[in-house]
Design a protein around this ligand. Structure first.
Ligand code: C2O
Ligand code: CU
Ligand code: CU
Length: 465
């Protein structure tokens, strides 16, 4: 599959707008996110039915600072139940927006929490069990940016030198609608690319250094990002935070759900194309042109980026940390089990650090943990690439590999509300490649029932599409 040579780079890249909060008397920032249906003209003269947040496709960017109190009104104006999950966020489990926090059609859900984690590019998307792939593919996703003192060392002028790039592959029908044909092992693999919902996009930049926040918002495809002229750039952040120092490089792989931030330098008047190269990864099987970037004839000079970025120490598991092993298999199972909304698979003391070992016995997968950040210790006993040594929450697990993680868990104990770990290839996730864990008061682990009471109001069966 490829789109190389087929694009004209005619459409100005959509930059999702920043959603403006209203500020309450205690300083809480209130945001409204409305999930709704709409139509979008991806291809000229052709209308597609799509879903979006505060618009017809994708959603606005939420931007907050560490320490902020946030509250959201998540309004479901869709014709069916959904959820909205804050991927990469540390928060109480009842605010997580996972499969248990369902929002019925016509209802509003009002989560609130205090932002208490290092700066990062996180994101939001639905997580309705069995229907996540469809809801995300139709357009429900957006960025949720957390700033702190460290992140301000980098270009931070949103839409000018700090640009979100949500990359998604799509299959179009001949009349320009979104095809939902997901007949591959991995789910839907499209032959066309949207960046921030724009097909055939270009971006004009006006500064000599631009920070791009890349989010792989695709259902199944991985991208091996680079530039068509092979220029190098600095990778400055993984999913869940800044690196200790920038890494100069020219390629990096992101599997679905992963994010990275890069800083790219431009000369006046030049052009380049952000490209996805073949890498041999199982869920990346083609070359794609993603975005043409055109530098203005005169560029504003910005200060060189700092040599030291994150002031947060790398995640280390203590001596004697609990070790848990997870087996991923071709049948979309984890430890020989499919997801069960009523079964608790793991009980973890809140606020602790553990070693999680992920073994992949068949096909390509990745692994994401809610309410946690981790550092990749090794992949098949080897150190990960230099650019993958920062804080992460989602990691690619190549076929046949063993990946060891030092995981730092959030510290809001809740013995009643499970959090998820799962493959972020959305078809696999919907098929049940997901498990549930509780974060509990340390010392209470053995008293926790491994089942949730059935028939509670919080869950009812949903049909698979
Ligand atoms: Cu991005 Cu459990 O999800
Ligand atoms: Cu998540
Ligand atoms: Cu998978």
């Amino acid at each position: 599959m490829t789109n190389v040579g087929k694009l004209d780079f005619e459409n100005p890249l959509n930059i999702p707008e920043l959603v403006e909060p209203t500020v309450g008397p205690d300083g809480t920032k209130h945001f409204t996110l409305t999930m709704q249906t709409g139509t979008t003209e991806f291809l000229p003269g052709k209308k597609a039915e799509t879903w979006g947040v505060n618009g017809s496709y994708l959603g606005p960017t939420v931007r907050v600072s560490r320490g902020d109190k946030v509250a959201l009104d998540v309004v479901n104006n869709l014709p069916e139940t959904s959820t909205l999950h804050w991927h990469g966020m540390k928060l109480p489990a009842v605010m997580d927006g996972g499969p248990h926090q369902m929002i019925e059609a016509g209802e509003t859900w009002t989560p609130h929490w205090t932002i208490d984690q290092p700066s990062a590019t996180t994101w939001y998307h639905p997580h309705l069990h069995g229907n996540t792939a469809q809801h995300v593919y139709r357009g429900l996703a957006g960025m949720f940016i957390i700033e702190d003192e460290d992140s301000k060392k980098l270009p931070s002028d949103y839409g000018v030198n700090d640009i979100p790039l949500i990359v998604q592959d799509k299959l179009f029908t001949s009349d320009g609608k979104l095809s939902e044909n997901d007949d591959t092992t991995f789910g839907l693999l499209g032959d066309e690319i949207l960046v921030n919902g724009t097909h055939d996009p270009f971006l004009k930049v006006t500064e000599n250094q631009v920070r791009f926040r890349l989010l792989n918002g695709s259902n199944a495809r991985a991208y091996n990002f680079g530039f068509a002229d092979d220029r190098s750039f600095k990778l400055v952040a993984n999913d869940a935070g800044l690196l200790q120092a920038p890494v100069t490089m020219d390629r990096f792989l992101l599997s679905p759900g992963e994010r990275a931030e890069i800083v790219v330098e431009f000369e006046p008047g030049e052009e380049t194309i952000l490209h996805s190269y073949s890498s041999g990864a199982g869920i990346e099987n083609g070359e794609f042109d993603l975005l043409k970037i055109v530098a203005a004839d005169q560029l504003t000079e910005s200060t060189p980026i700092a040599g030291q970025l994150s002031s947060v120490a790398p995640i280390e598991a203590p001596e004697g940390a609990t070790v848990r092993e997870f087996k991923m298999t071709m049948e979309s199972m984890i430890n020989d089990k499919k997801m069960d909304m009523y079964r608790i698979d793991e009980v973890v003391p809140a606020g602790t650090k553990e070693i999680w070992i992920i073994n992949n016995f068949g096909w390509s997968h990745n692994f994401h943990i809610h309410n946690a950040a981790f550092r990749v210790l090794d992949v098949n006993d080897k150190q990960p690439a230099e650019y993958e040594r920062g804080r992460k929450d989602t990691v690619y697990i190549p076929n046949g590999s063993t990946v060891r993680l030092a995981v730092e868990f959030g510290d809001y104990p809740d013995p009643n509300t499970p959090l998820m770990y799962h493959c972020h290839l959305l078809k696999h996730e919907d098929d049940g490649m997901m498990g549930q864990f509780l974060l509990v008061e340390p010392g209470t682990e053995s008293q926790i029932p491994m089942e949730l009471p059935k028939g509670g109001s919080e869950y009812q069966e949903h049909e698979q599409h």
